[in-house]
Design a protein. Structure first.
Length: 675
């Protein structure tokens, strides 16, 4: 078993090696490499499969008590400065390795069916492989500098994958938006980590936390500066995990192919932010104001994402705002000191959200047979309905994922979300209320999505709805209405069909943890808490603490009650149709528009930053043109004119030069005599 730890570096290296081989093939022998589609797929999937097996072996060893394993080498040294690089395997990294590799493995299998007819099939696999490698390298990093390196690699890969279909303008815009927004957070992270190094002299997580606590408590270091540095570091997770106010990139990231949407939202990019908060917990827990900032940011983000998801009609964007909301729960849990509950929800959410996104991809794949390769039509739930009859596996998996995210027992989401709400009630009842209300909204919008997509009559052949959607998008309806780059707007089948085995199998596999994995964290016998706990925290023996069934039943009852209420309202509005949604929208037009327009945050950012920066750039350009260029051009003009004038004085005749000297002397004499 010890040899497994010695070669644990292979877990991130193998996917990197696979991406490198495929990438070299695409650069040097592009046509031949693209013709080896299935061979490349098997190669990449096999490599991530090996990494997954190794990850499970490490997790099993950690569960059975293997001590923390760290292996480093000195990477740079200058005087007292020493920077090491390597890897560390502890309980947290072992858990994250399994989450990332299992989700990535299933997503790569699914990709074979989803991208089967895409010209960039091989390129997509190479991107997926390097993306997985970057995240795996991040979770085993032993210090903040190495995390930052892989952090930026994750951001680069997300740029490549969100903009995979770069010939489509929305995809090109979305990847730029994600990249720029994350640079804002990453700049804060860089400033924060440099500030913490200046204060503590270390990039090691535990050392930073201990030294900062000592310096602040002894009065040697300002508590205000410690708070500033901690919040700056938190800006990194704010961007990566799509927390307010840097959340705006996440819904636009749906322009990428659905497999990458599943990977981003379940196990890689957005999970990286929560993971970094967990790694930096020794620092954050000693800064109360930073912890409060984290908690309230998470709570507001959870509520914000849920309220926006209420009115979304694009199935992927609805799930994107759902991810944003669930990440808010995790961040709130970290902020209130509920370290275990936050990571527990990260694990359960990874599996059911990956399944939900892959289900949405299956639905889009089926809808494209009816409406053509047109994202505007294939992803809009108003054109769906009744798909349970045509896509039973997809509908069943989506139903399981919906129950899990709504927190219905015994599905996985119930146990993790209920634990967060229970801890929030103890820490701050106001935070509990926000989380509790958000749970009701979650149940409503998720069952709204389920009913609109899988129940009722199929609406995909309704020309009136298609015309309405095209009109809303500002396009004429009819043959040739869509740009050729957007794909054919007409399918070749009257009804959708179930996806192929490579797409359906991952859904079935992911349904298993979505149903049962939460049981390992049941509060009366919490195996997850015994394995994952905050650094330095000692887990009390179960025999010493009697489980309070009354408290559990009350809290769980409140959680289930609000979820059931949301489900009933969705049922009445979108299945039984006893309540007309349009009537509610007309009764509360301001609230409806607020949700539909995403609280106008994107519009504000566009006006302030995009339009504002362009205006500023134009003003700077005017200054550059009129002042800077003008001064340079004036200097050149003076030189030209003076040169042209003076050339007539250079005729080579000594008498003429003597005359000039005489005139100059006479001029000086007259000048001084008059003065």
């Amino acid at each position: 078993m010890e040899s497994l730890y010695q070669y644990a570096w292979l877990i991130p290296f193998l996917p990197l090696l696979g991406a490198m081989f495929v990438g070299i093939g695409l650069i040097s022998l592009n046509k031949a490499t693209n013709n080896l589609r299935q061979i490349v797929a098997v190669f990449i999937v096999s490599i991530i499969g090996i990494a997954m097996v190794m990850s499970f072996g490490i997790l099993w060893s950690q569960i059975h008590g293997h001590e923390v394993y760290t292996r480093t080498i000195e990477w740079a040294a200058a005087g007292d400065f020493h920077l090491t690089m390597g890897y560390t395997i502890d309980h947290l990294s072992a858990l994250m390795l399994v989450i990332v590799t299992t989700v990535a493995f299933l997503v790569m299998i699914y990709t074979d069916g989803y991208m089967a007819h895409d010209a960039g099939y091989v390129r997509f696999y190479s991107y997926l492989s390097i993306f997985s490698s970057s995240m795996l390298g991040l979770v085993i990093s032993p210090n903040l500098v190495q995390i930052y390196i892989f952090w930026e690699l994750v951001g680069m890969c997300s740029y490549l994958l969100i903009g995979f279909w770069f010939d489509r303008q929305p995809a090109a815009d979305a990847c730029q938006k994600a990249f720029v927004t994350n640079r804002v957070g990453d700049f804060g992270l860089l400033l924060g980590m440099l500030g913490l190094y200046w204060a503590t002299g270390s990039f090691e997580f535990g050392v930073m936390g201990d030294r900062l606590e000592y310096l602040v408590s002894s009065g040697s270091f300002s508590a205000f500066l410690a708070t500033v540095f901690a919040i700056l570091v938190f800006l990194g997770p704010v961007a990566k995990s799509a927390q307010f106010p840097l959340h705006v990139w996440l819904p636009d990231a749906m322009e990428g192919p659905t497999p990458i949407s599943a990977l981003i939202h379940a196990a890689t990019m957005v999970a990286a932010g929560v993971f970094l908060i967990a790694r930096m917990y020794p620092v954050f827990e000693n800064v109360p104001l930073a912890m409060s900032t984290i908690a309230w940011t998470g709570a507001f983000t959870a509520f914000l994402g849920a309220t926006i998801a209420l009115t979304q009609n694009d199935i992927k964007k609805g799930l994107a705002y759902s991810t944003m909301s669930q990440l808010g729960y995790m961040v709130m849990a970290m902020g209130i000191g509920s370290y275990t509950a936050g990571l527990f929800h990260l694990m359960t959410h990874a599996y059911f959200k990956a399944m939900l996104f892959l289900c949405s991809g299956s639905v889009i794949h089926g809808m494209e047979d009816v409406v053509g390769h047109n994202p505007l039509l294939a992803q809009d739930m108003r054109l769906m309905g009744g798909l349970r009859k045509y896509m039973p596996i997809t509908s069943g998996a989506f139903f399981v994922g919906t129950l899990a995210i709504c927190g219905i027992p015994p599905f996985a989401g119930f146990w993790s979300k209920d634990e967060i709400l229970g801890q929030a009630m103890t820490a701050n009842p106001a935070l509990w209320f926000i989380g509790w209300a958000t749970a009701g909204l979650t149940a409503f919008y998720m069952f709204r999505m389920y009913f609109m997509t899988f129940e009722g009559e199929f609406r995909g052949n309704d020309a009136a709805i298609k015309q309405q959607l095209m009109t809303e998008a500002g396009l004429a309806f009819g043959p040739g209405a869509m740009d050729a780059k957007e794909g054919d707007s007409h399918g070749h089948s009257e009804y959708p069909h179930e996806s192929p085995l490579t797409m359906a199998l991952p859904l079935v596999v992911l349904a298993v943890p979505s149903i049962g994995i939460g049981l390992i964290g049941r509060p009366w016998e919490n195996y997850f808490e015994e394995f994952i706990n905050a650094p330095g925290e000692i887990v009390a023996e179960a025999t010493n603490i009697a489980f309070d069934w009354n408290e559990f039943l009350v809290m769980a009852g409140l959680s289930v009650a609000i979820a059931v209420t949301g489900i009933i309202v969705a049922l009445l509005m979108y299945r039984i149709k006893k309540i007309e949604p349009s009537a509610i929208a007309q009764k509360f037009p301001s609230l409806y528009r607020l949700s539909l327009n995403k609280w106008y945050i994107d519009d504000i950012y566009n006006d302030v930053f995009v339009v504002g920066c362009r205006r500023l750039a134009r003003q700077i350009m005017e200054v550059d043109y009129r002042v800077v260029d003008g001064a340079v051009n004036l200097t050149g003009l003076v030189a030209v004119i003076s040169g042209e004038g003076l050339k007539y004085f250079e005729n080579g005749r000594a008498q003429f030069y003597a005359l000039i000297v005489f005139a100059a002397v006479l001029g000086f004499v007259l000048l001084f005599s008059l003065s």
